[in-house]
Design a protein around this ligand. Sequence first.
Ligand SMILES: [Fe+2]
Length: 121
Amino acid sequence: MPDFLNPFSGTVPDRKLTDEELLRAIRLDIAGELEAIHGYMAHADATDNALAKAVLTDIANEERVHVGELIRLLSILTDEDEYLAKGKIEVDTLAAQLAAPAPAAAAKDEPTIGSLKTTGA
Ligand SMILES: [Fe+2]
């Protein structure tokens, strides 16, 4: 579970953030948005009240937009896109490996001498 230290909890520093502090603050903001999504969706899932479910889900979706804004901001301010692209490639590679038939399974489907023999009468 994320447990980021918030250096500015309820206060504004008496100076402007350095570039590195700004990046850390944006990462903290992203975590806050994700935590909000988690909370709103859990509350929506926990109620049978249709209006409350719709409102909570709508708010959660707005938070998802905020995540996108913050990730975009991070990508403009730093080299985040390079790492995000690497992560996408790693997942796509694993997904392709899982989608491809295993060599043993492929061989199992190929006809063999035994599979050409008729069984029974
Ligand atoms: Fe938000």
